[in-house]
Ligand binder design. Structure first.
Ligand SMILES: *[C@@H]1O[C@H](CO)[C@@H](O)[C@H](O)[C@H]1NC(C)=O
Ligand SMILES: *[C@@H]1O[C@H](CO)[C@@H](O)[C@H](O)[C@H]1NC(C)=O
Ligand SMILES: *[C@@H]1O[C@H](CO)[C@@H](O)[C@H](O)[C@H]1NC(C)=O
Ligand SMILES: *[C@@H]1O[C@H](CO)[C@@H](O)[C@H](O)[C@H]1NC(C)=O
Length: 382
């Protein structure tokens, strides 16, 4: 009923506003064909001040609406067959058209961490932020990447949550990932987890396009990028499981809520109790923890029909200076869509700035182009 009566009020208000405007402009002796801007302003004010009373202003956009409207001029449609980045490099959708409609709040973008970035100059502290002074490690690092992930979710209409998880006794903290993803999958069709040291590079590119590109089908339970191979000490196989296959990297996890996914996630999150997987306890605290457990056991046990997708390392792992600055890194994965700063975490803040500035400058440039006649005064030759 509240919606109905709001609608009825609007029905009455808009003609009333137009009539009022007509009368006012006639009294002033002004033109009746008022400029569009005046009409909009008058309508909006009246809606706010006279007609709403106790009724919500259904025309008032939410924060997400406002952000989405701002980014609309550069948004890549989910149906796009390719995407060209600002350097001119083109990426296709893998020739796949599994996802042709916006999934909106069926997708959750989730940050999961045991830390709470609520210290001085951190995102969950109520005091005003100072971006220039933001630390590049610890809570400052979380602040930067959460801003990136949150902004991305608002642009595309996805839900966003920060899950402040509890440490799991006897386990390295990254073991919270399978636990929390399992929890959140009860409420969403897709849960997309992104590490705190990982930054989404192209805010205008929707997840649906990436799902197509990464071959995430309606039957896929889990998608993760292949890890960047590295040689640790004398161990050239440090990034491989015991069968010699390169591990996946759990810095980005795409999980789809299917019955089979819950079975799989349950096996993963309880792996270290060794009821199903003797030996898994070794990865409780030894590197690479839950990532290795998934790579060692789950991906062999739960993949009868491409239920697990391993996508390109260069798309969602590493960053441009990873290999060039670190001689023990074998693969040149540059994180074209999601840069994962596994080693140089200090780069997260700058990457967050660059990504936001890239998108905003494109939006502003487009606005300049559209409104060139209004904004650009060329002085006549003398
Ligand atoms: C930060 O959060 C912790 C709990 O996670 C709480 O104990 C502490 O009081 C909070 N600090 C501030 C400044 O809000
Ligand atoms: C999904 O699984 C169903 C049933 O096994 C199958 O018919 C269908 O072709 C699969 N779809 C894709 C995109 O793999
Ligand atoms: C690395 O793996 C390859 C292939 O599985 C094997 O031939 C080689 O001996 C391994 N190297 C070490 C140092 O374990
Ligand atoms: C971690 O690895 C070391 C060396 O291989 C091993 O001795 C230890 O038992 C492992 N930790 C756990 C919790 O299994």
């Amino acid at each position: 009923m509240p919606l109905l009566s709001t609608q009825r009020i609007l029905f009455l208000c808009i003609p009333a506003a137009l009539l009022l405007l007509f009368v006012v402009s006639a009294l002033r002796g002004g033109s009746v064909t008022a400029p569009i801007q005046t009409l909009k302003d008058a309508g909006h004010k009246i809606n706010d001040n006279i007609c709403t009373n106790d009724h919500p202003d259904i025309r008032k956009p939410t924060f997400a609406d406002t952000i989405a409207a701002l980014y609309q001029p550069i948004l890549l449609p989910v149906t796009a067959k390719s995407y060209t980045d600002q350097t001119g490099r083109e990426f296709d959708n893998g020739g796949n058209e599994y996802w042709q409609r916006r999934l909106g709040s069926d997708i959750l973008i989730v940050d999961i961490d045991t830390r709470n970035p609520n210290g001085t100059n951190e995102i969950f502290n109520p005091e005003r932020m100072n971006w220039r002074e933001l630390e590049t490690q610890g809570g400052g690092l979380l602040t930067a990447s959460f801003i990136n992930h949150f902004l991305y979710s608002q642009i595309h209409g996805y839900d966003y949550k920060y899950f402040n998880a509890r440490h799991i006794e006897g386990h390295y903290d990254t073991w919270i990932k399978p636990h929390v993803i399992y929890e959140m999958l009860h409420q969403y069709k897709f849960v997309v987890f992104i590490d705190a040291d990982a930054v989404i590079q192209h805010l205008e590119v929707p997840m649906e396009f990436l799902f197509n590109r990464w071959n995430i089908t309606p039957n896929t339970s889990i998608g993760m990028p292949v890890d960047t191979r590295q040689k640790l000490g004398d161990d050239e196989n440090a990034s491989m499981d015991s069968k010699g296959k390169v591990t996946v990297n759990s810095g980005v996890v795409v999980a789809q809520s299917l019955p089979y996914t819950f079975e799989m996630m349950n096996a993963w999150r309880t792996c270290t109790n060794e009821l199903r997987y003797p030996g898994c306890g070794h990865w409780k605290e030894n590197w690479s923890h839950e990532q290795r457990a998934f790579s060692e056991y789950i991906r062999y046990d739960f993949n009868p029909d491409n239920n697990i997708v391993e996508f390109n390392c260069d798309d969602a792992n590493g960053y441009p200076s990873l290999k060039s600055d670190h001689p023990w890194i074998i693969d040149d994965c540059q994180g074209q869509f999601i840069r994962h700063h596994t080693i140089d975490k200090d780069l997260v803040k700058g990457s967050t700035s660059d990504v936001i500035m890239q998108s905003l400058t494109e939006i502003l440039q487009k606005s300049f182009q559209r409104n060139r006649e209004d904004l650009f005064i060329e002085e006549a030759a003398q």
